[in-house]
Design a protein around this ligand. Structure first.
Ligand code: ASP
Length: 344
């Protein structure tokens, strides 16, 4: 049995609601000094793990997240990879699903836990959900089975649920239960006991970590809606430098059959723009060809995104383009699972 104090966790604090307290004078929410974390959460001392902290400077609201910040995050994990058993990333919930997805694609051969968490109410508030999220995220990052990490992948832990990061979406702006993994089972439930669903957790591969830090920003997102105009679609497809587009469609991958729409997408594909069809629904998958309203999309070479989330599709494209793959390789990889992000 491993001594708990032999387990070391690096907590990377990027910002977001979790790290806020109410300023006693002005009453506004301000980031608190992490050096005082043990005063905020005295029960952390009971964990007996070696906990170290890395705080971003400046701290950020996650709505300001960028690929450059993901690069820094990946570098911190890379530089500390051998020295820690696991990583906890404290992050605003707004873009947490994007960040967790991006990191999953950037960290190839990850064999240690990287657990994102945050909260809906600041740590300094009486009813905060941050305390439980934070402590349990540390427990998960430290959890081992026969001296090997139990959850060697990028995850989101929020309100008793552990989800694969690249399967998660934020779907509720107010409930403590803010995230959902609509197309993949939970990796663990936290109750009186931690109940890990091992059959759904990625296996260790014992290969050396490779970090892909270069991300392309030449990607876009187009959500279709009834009444969408030709001018609007054309302006998106003719954005300078566009290399890939996530097309968010209705239901199982359907969109208008208007000729101008299909023609616009066809000419984009002829210009080597990669188009991936992702559903606007949180649960279910794209099945191009099921209805007449998606048959045309399949015929012109749009990639069916199956059950991938928009967050995962966008960040996967950013990483694959950044890695310098050609269009046909990216088309193939978008239909394969490289980090458990899609059901094949
Ligand atoms: N706006 C905040 C953020 O995403 C909300 C949160 O932390 O949950 O940084």
């Amino acid at each position: 049995m491993l001594n708990q104090t032999d387990t070391s966790i690096l907590v990377i604090y990027t910002g977001g609601t979790i790290g806020m307290i109410r300023d006693e004078v002005s009453g506004v929410l301000v980031p608190f000094n992490f050096e005082n974390i043990y005063e905020q959460i005295p029960s952390l001392k009971k964990l007996h793990y070696q906990l170290d902290f890395h705080c971003f400077e400046p701290l950020m609201d996650s709505s300001n997240m960028t690929p450059e910040v993901w690069e820094s995050l990946a570098s911190i994990i890379q530089q500390n990879y051998e020295d820690y058993d696991g990583f906890v990333v404290l992050h605003g919930s707004d873009t947490m699903a994007y960040s967790a997805s991006a990191l999953s694609f950037m960290l190839e051969n990850l064999n240690k836990p990287v657990i994102f968490t945050g909260s809906q109410l600041p740590l300094g508030e009486l009813r905060t959900d941050g305390r439980e999220n934070f402590i349990t995220a540390i427990e998960i990052a430290a959890a081992k089975d026969d001296e090997t990490p139990l959850v060697p992948e990028v995850c989101i832990y929020f309100e008793n649920q552990l989800m694969r990061g690249n399967r998660s979406v934020k779907y509720n702006a107010e409930n403590f239960n803010a995230f959902r993994s609509g197309n993949y089972p939970l990796l663990a439930n936290a109750g009186v006991y931690m109940n890990y669903h091992r059959e759904h957790i990625l296996k260790l591969n014992f290969k050396k970590l490779k970090v892909h830090k270069k991300l392309s920003a030449e990607v876009g997102l187009l959500k279709v809606f009834p009444g969408i105009t030709q001018a609007f679609v054309n302006s998106i497809l003719n954005s300078p430098g566009l290399k890939a587009l996530v097309l968010e469609t209705f239901g199982s991958g359907n969109a208008t059959t208007e000729k101008w729409f299909v023609d616009a997408l066809t000419s984009a594909i002829k210009k080597d723009i990669i188009i991936v069809n992702v559903s606007q629904c949180i649960t279910g998958r794209v099945e191009q060809g099921k209805y007449e309203t998606s048959t045309g999309l399949k015929q012109i070479g749009i990639i069916g995104g199956n059950d991938i989330t928009t967050e995962a599709a966008l960040t996967k494209l950013m990483v694959l383009i950044g890695r310098g793959f050609n269009v046909s390789t990216i088309n193939n990889l978008m239909q394969q699972s490289i980090r458990g992000e899609i059901t094949v």
